[in-house]
Design a protein around this ligand. Sequence first.
Ligand code: NAP
Length: 247
Amino acid sequence: MNNVKNAQVAIVTGASRGIGAAIARRLASEGFAVVVNYAASSQEADALVAGLKAEGAAAIAIKADVSNADDVRRMFDAAEQQLGRVDVLVNNAGVLKTVPLADTSDALYAQTFDINVRGTFNTLREAASRLNDGGRIVNFSSTTLALNMPGYAVYNATKAAVEAFTHVFAKELRGRNITVNAVAPGPIATSLFLDGKTEEQVQNFAKMPPLQRLGQPEDIASVVAFLAGPDGAWVNGQILRANGGLA
Ligand code: NAP
């Protein structure tokens, strides 16, 4: 196992599957001690942590609903107690349901904003006092924000808010040597993207970028690893659109 006392510590929210799980694997392979956060999928999170530990990494699973400020405080407490002070925060947890604005229920509006916006707000606010100087924050926007497709109004609004947080928070952390950036993926083959789409719809999305395929979670994990690692040190307050050239 990595020397837990010396390893840099990374929290990856929503890491039980999809892009977050790929980020957790990638950061663990680069020597980070990793917090695999999840809200409901404990079996997947525990299995991922067991796999990371079997490969010699330091990893723990922490259940916390990012939309709940107390949960987020407890997540930082547990990370500090078990792994050490946090160096990297990856705000990956997010939800998407595509519904025309006129048909969006109050409950869906609230849930999407609670997880995507309040969740990011909660972890950023906590990170302000808890992240080590020299740390890195990577938020999650989406390339859908540039596409303006029908059905994405509420989701895109949440990602616009995340981009706003990113630009301002990067400046508010002046003097701490902490970078704050966001990644805006194009379509990635995860359950968030695939669920509810026909094979034809999926293929249409796959043909959209000039690189002519869907992204894989590892494509985004590479970008996060760059922003979280030494090579990304001079990138700050930016939105990195990783989408095969789609937009
Ligand atoms: P996914 O496969 O659906 O995974 C979402 C993860 O978030 C799961 O681990 C889920 O865990 C967790 N989660 C959901 N609600 C949570 C909450 N309240 N607190 C903590 N964790 C929570 O999604 P994905 O495709 O990997 O998406 C990851 C991020 O990329 C999201 O921010 C998404 O908006 C963004 N994105 C994705 C795409 C794409 O095409 N896939 C494109 C652009 C941007 P539980 O099951 O335990 O809740």
